[in-house]
Design a protein around this ligand. Structure first.
Ligand SMILES: C[S@@+](CC[C@H](N)C(=O)[O-])C[C@H]1O[C@@H](n2cnc3c(N)ncnc32)[C@H](O)[C@@H]1O
Length: 297
């Protein structure tokens, strides 16, 4: 039966909606998710011309697309994993189930050079909890003189991050370190530490749609209130920041629990034009004051 690309995308999107799929792993709606699988099946780029929607599909192309739609529905695999690619801060990243699909609102901050939050371009950046390397590699792209370290507890994730360093030809300025929090980074200090850590609380983990089960659990869960990692981070980060350094951390829905856990810290919560919440900035001075208030220095 003759069918056009646009018809197939509409049909796929209708099926995705009817099956109650979850989006948010690279796309935020059924139509874009169906479009991404159709482009993948046809080996076409993201920025294909809109006239493509009118193109007739061969029987073979129709069956390739149908089986991708079936797999997306039956196995609930985020399309980004099926395609092996996700976009972040305008850059393409290799992804597979060893890393989270990049989606942090921090992309928006990187694209604007962290304006107005940072007064100068950082010369040294640590992307702690790097996963695919998306945050650190995007920082290296937007700050062309910065030296960037990508670290993660997961050797599997670092393997993907290495692939992405090669993809963006940044191996002269971007390196990887296997590290549980700061353990592997002794003696190093950074002007900017950016972290999208695991921060999902137990209640949200229990309610997660099946799509999230394809992602590494070590990248999502962080104890009952989602703050196991961030508590350690706040107590240790000062020793890895320069005097004037800044720490930027995403905690998502756990931001309220964080405010409760640290009532004496004035977190600066960053607003986003493109959506997203729960990202704070703390300066080294604030972390020093916090440490002093605990009588630790
Ligand atoms: C939410 S994912 C973020 C990945 C990536 N930065 C992004 O934005 O897509 C969190 C990452 O933290 C890593 N991780 C979890 N516990 C860690 C720890 N104790 N030390 C370092 N990395 C850790 C996980 O392996 C995972 O790659």
């Amino acid at each position: 039966m003759p069918a056009r690309v646009g018809d197939f995308i509409n049909w796929g999107a209708d099926r995705f909606e009817a099956e109650g799929l979850c989006f948010g792993h690279g796309t935020d709606n059924a139509w874009d998710e169906a479009l991404s699988l159709v482009l993948f099946a046809l080996c076409l780029p993201w920025d294909s011309d809109v006239s493509l929607l009118q193109r007739l599909l061969s029987t073979d192309e129709q069956s390739r697309i149908t089986s991708l739609f079936d797999q997306r529905i039956n196995e609930r695999i985020p399309a980004a994993y099926m395609i092996g690619e996700a976009w972040f801060a305008g850059l393409s990243f290799a992804v597979d189930p060893r890393v989270l699909v990049p989606r942090s609102p921090i992309a928006e901050l990187i694209e604007s050079g962290f304006s107005p939050w940072l007064k100068t371009s950082p010369a040294t950046v640590l992307d702690l909890c790097t996963g695919s390397g998306c945050i650190g590699i995007a920082c290296a792209h937007y700050f062309p003189k910065a030296r960037v370290v990508l670290s993660d507890i997961s050797v599997d994730a670092l393997d993907v991050a290495e692939q992405n360093i090669q993809r963006h030809q940044l191996s002269e300025r971007v390196t990887t370190v296997e590290s549980d929090l700061f353990v592997g980074l002794c003696g190093q200090r950074f002007e900017l530490i950016v972290v999208n850590p695991p921060y999902v609380d137990a209640e949200d983990i229990a309610a997660m749609p099946r799509e999230f089960l394809h992602e590494p659990a070590v990248g999502l869960a962080s104890g009952v209130d989602g703050l196991d990692f961030t508590r350690r981070l706040i107590s240790e980060a000062l020793d890895y920041l320069t005097e004037e350094g800044s720490l930027i951390v995403e905690v998502g829905n756990s931001w309220l629990a964080l405010e409760d856990a640290f009532p004496t810290i004035s977190f600066l919560w960053i607003d986003f034009a493109r959506g997203g919440h729960g990202v704070f900035l703390l300066t080294a001075q604030q972390l020093r004051a916090h440490r002093l208030s605990l009588g630790l220095d």
